[in-house]
Design a protein around this ligand. Structure first.
Ligand SMILES: Cc1cc2nc3c(=O)[nH]c(=O)nc-3n(C[C@H](O)[C@H](O)[C@H](O)COP(=O)(O)OP(=O)(O)OC[C@H]3O[C@@H](n4cnc5c(N)ncnc54)[C@H](O)[C@@H]3O)c2cc1C
Length: 537
């Protein structure tokens, strides 16, 4: 481990993604995890579209889909009294296969290249672990706990406890705390979380049932879907995991053992099942005051804690990991200036902040329709019917806030970043809508080229100058300036008119993460300054 450049603390999905992303760039890193092995515990189960685009760029999307839920299975959301009764509300959502067909036929930049994918954290973590372990520059050590750190101008010294109980010291250039909500690394730095903590405590249980999926009645059935919210006073909901045989139930109940009865009441028909796990979790909406200090950074739940409503927990963390990975690599490879790593907090903390807001917006929507539940909701009386009608009316608006977050997923744009050539103003950040844009700081929208090739697949791992629509602009000075930074750089000529039409400009300079640094129709007036900004000088 003596030659490790980056120490990653915590092998949740964020630490594992960071290890893989650094490993793919050849950075020597060590990932330590206090657990002996990945655990079969339920947590996240959905990689959103942006995360799947990121995994595609890392060459992992197809492996993740193969390990996750079959793409043909419906993703519908139901609000029910119980699953053996007709639903109060049915919100259909496209399966992965349907979403992919829609993406295949759309070329206005409004859709992601990859649809979302259902994959449970207990499946994703071992998969990412096996990826990280095969990368030559990555060392993965389970059964190794971070204890403390000290840093100086040249590096960080971390004290860890090894599997045998002994302690050891590690000297590295950088350390990243991907160590979850309780983050010992964050505490070592004295960084506070701010916001709303412990909003609600729920119990969660994981069930195995080989027959439930085939029997889901929902009235006349088959009512196959992904989420079943029970209109009760206990915030009960059932979620299909990444096999049709595993389900998690969340509810506010007194005791662990109450979860089995709650499951039976929710399902409403006799099924064979086994309760594999029960635990409790708390809803939080919290953001760290800072995303690190000096040579130590925070990523994932150590920096932001959201309510899973809207699925912006792990997905935001994956965005942190890949952002930090290329900036660490650029700095360690010597071409990145001081603004490169400094931009990590500027860019990712604003996304964390917005996503805490998006999660609040979605969960308040959920709370609003749940507040319409009255004791008479099951009554076969005009008053009972009025309660149900009102709940459906409110839920028809409010529940959608959870499941329709395309703006938060794709539309984030880095504002005020020292490594983006700012254009003042810019489109509003909308949680629910995604409007394709190449405004500096934004993710490059997905466009199909002739032959059904995605622009994203043509873009290499470094900086890219896109020359669009057959432009004849002389960009040699910018190319020379970029090459002189020694950062990886390529020029990509795309004569295709579809890309030019969506992107709206002849020239676009992209960063390694496919976010826009600069755009224009003529070569930039100060190419050396632009190259310096882009690379953090
Ligand atoms: C019920 C539920 C459902 C969810 N659903 C979704 C969803 O659908 N989509 C989504 O995006 N998010 C979801 N989330 C949130 C998601 O699970 C988290 O955002 C995600 O796990 C964060 O990943 P992480 O790697 O940052 O942290 P964690 O997964 O918490 O991993 C941190 C790791 O650090 C290790 N660690 C801690 N301390 C030390 C130490 N001292 N030394 C070494 N290792 C240490 C821990 O053992 C752990 O393995 C859900 C969460 C819950 C509770």
């Amino acid at each position: 481990m003596a030659d490790t450049e980056v120490l990653i603390v915590g092998a949740g999905p964020v630490g594992l993604t960071l290890a893989a992303a650094l490993g793919l760039k050849g950075v020597r890193c060590t990932l330590i995890e206090q657990k002996e092995a990945p655990e079969f515990l339920p947590k996240m189960e959905r990689c959103n579209a942006r995360t799947m685009e990121i995994y595609r760029r890392m060459g992992l999307a197809e492996r993740i889909r193969a390990a996750g839920l079959d793409g043909r299975i419906p993703m519908d959301v139901y609000i029910v009294l119980a699953m053996n009764e007709p639903p109060l509300l049915h919100l259909p959502y496209p399966s992965v296969a349907e979403a992919r067909a829609e993406i295949d036929h759309c070329n206005d930049g409004s859709l992601p290249l990859e649809p979302y994918q259902l994959i449970s954290q207990y499946t994703l973590e071992p998969l990412l672990k096996s990826v990280a372990e095969t990368l030559p520059s990555v060392t993965v050590r389970y059964g190794c706990a971070f204890l403390s750190l000290e840093q100086d101008g040249e590096g960080v010294t971390a004290t860890v406890r090894n599997r045998d109980g002994g302690t050891a010291s590690l000297r590295v250039a950088y350390l990243v705390g991907c160590d979850g909500g309780a983050s010992p690394v964050r505490k070592e730095l004295g960084i506070k979380l701010r916001g709303e903590g412990n909003l609600l405590q729920l119990r969660q249980a994981l069930f195995h049932s080989a027959d439930l999926f085939d029997k889901i009645p929902i009235g006349p059935g088959p009512g196959r879907g992904r989420h079943y919210h029970v209109a009760d006073g206990q915030a009960t909901f059932l979620i299909m995991q990444d096999s049709t045989e595993h389900w998690t139930l969340h509810a506010v109940v007194e005791r662990d053992e109450d979860m089995a009865a709650q499951f039976e009441r929710t399902v409403g028909v006799p099924v064979r099942y086994e309760m594999l796990y029960v635990g409790s979790w708390k809803q939080n909406l919290l953001l760290a005051d800072r995303y690190g200090q000096g040579r130590v950074f925070l990523a994932g739940d150590s920096a932001h804690l959201v309510i899973p409503t809207g699925g912006l927990g792990m997905n935001t963390g994956v965005g942190d990991a890949v952002d930090l990975a290329w900036k660490l690599a650029g700095t360690l490879q010597g071409w990145g200036g001081p603004n490169l790593l400094a931009s990590y907090e500027v860019e990712r903390r604003q996304v964390g902040d917005r996503n805490v807001g998006a999660s609040r917006y979605a969960s308040l929507g959920r709370r609003k329709w749940r507040a319409q539940v009255r004791p008479n909701i099951r009554d076969a009386t005009p008053d009972g019917q009025a309660t149900r009608d009102n709940l459906v009316r409110v839920a028809g608006v409010e529940q959608r806030k959870t499941n329709e977050m395309i703006g938060a997923e794709l539309g984030y744009r880095y504002v005020g970043s020292p490594i983006v050539w700012e254009e003042p103003g810019g489109p509003e950040h909308l949680f629910r809508e995604y409007v394709p844009t190449t405004w500096p700081g934004a993710r490059l929208p997905h466009v199909w080229l002739e032959g059904h090739v995605a622009v994203q697949d043509r873009i290499g791992p470094g900086y890219t100058l896109l020359r669009l629509g057959g432009t004849t602009a002389d960009t040699s000075a910018l190319e020379e300036a970029m090459r002189s930074t020694r950062a990886p750089f390529a020029v990509l000529d795309l004569a295709d008119q579809a890309a030019r039409a969506v992107y709206g400009y002849d020239l676009i300079l992209l960063r390694p993460d496919m976010h826009v640094v600069w755009r224009g129709n003529e070569a930039p007036a100060s190419p050396n300054q632009l190259a310096a900004v882009a690379t953090g000088h």
